[in-house]
Design a binder for this molecule. Structure first.
Ligand code: BEZ
Length: 234
């Protein structure tokens, strides 16, 4: 009797641990959970992939579906803009690599657009669950449309989740990526609808002395001490 109690306890504990591990929901600021995967360009390990670069890890619900085809085409057609932002694309869906290859070559044949970035074949759903891409009340078998912006230190910096029936906005993905990078470089924040070339927000003062200096600074557009904008020379 005494022996069976710890054994059952152990099994229950293992199940709990496993469930937690496989239905995690990474958050902004977390280290991107590491994984190994089979992709259309070979095996990858996230921690070794695209060193010193940003990574855009994005899921789509299924190959050979209309909205996904438009989205993946969007990523492929704007790949040069991602290259210019030192960013590697990494797609994912719960389909086999053979399905991915068939879809990639079909889209290329029909439209001339080539998805030459890696697409993960997440058939066992491990990565989808690890990244909270599988949201069972939306679908139990298809990943939602997620985008994880991962910086060169492999930290998650921005997350987007879209449902199955609404495609993402490529301008917004690029805008957000550029905003993150410029914010990091110049230690500023971006206001509503910011786009490259617009004024940026100067961090608020932390001391009375900084506040006094801020009020006398002619080089910034000042609404009050807590809201000030300036031009950036990019
Ligand atoms: C689509 O990409 O068109 C799609 C995929 C899964 C469910 C609904 C739409």
């Amino acid at each position: 009797m005494y022996r069976t109690i710890p054994l059952w306890y152990k099994i229950l504990d293992m199940e709990t641990t496993e469930q937690t591990a496989f239905t995690s929901m990474p958050r902004i600021g977390d280290k991107a959970p590491d994984f190994e995967a089979i992709t259309t360009t070979g095996r990858i390990k996230l921690s070794d992939f695209a060193r010193d670069k940003w990574i855009l890890l994005f899921s789509h619900p299924a190959d050979f579906t209309p909205v996904c085809t438009t989205e993946m085409s969007g990523f492929a057609q704007r790949k040069k803009e991602f290259d210019a932002l030192n960013t590697e694309l990494l797609g994912l869906s719960i389909d086999s690599v053979h399905s991915h290859l068939g879809w990639v070559s079909n889209v290329r044949e029909k439209t001339g657009v080539y998805f030459d970035f890696p697409i993960i074949a997440d058939l066992d759903m491990k990565i989808s669950k690890l990244y909270g891409m599988l949201q069972p009340n939306e679908s139990e078998t298809a990943a939602v449309r997620a985008v994880f912006f991962i910086d060169p230190k492999k930290k998650i910096r921005l997350i987007m989740y879209y449902p199955l029936n609404v495609g993402r906005n490529m301008d917004e993905i690029l805008r957000a990526l550029e905003a993150l990078q410029i914010s990091d470089k110049y230690k500023v924040a971006m206001p509503l609808d910011w786009k490259k070339g617009d004024k940026v927000i100067v961090p608020p003062p932390k001391t009375l002395q900084e506040m006094e200096a801020r009020m006398k600074d002619d080089s910034i557009e000042l609404v009050d001490f807590y809201l000030a904008k300036k031009e950036l020379e990019l």
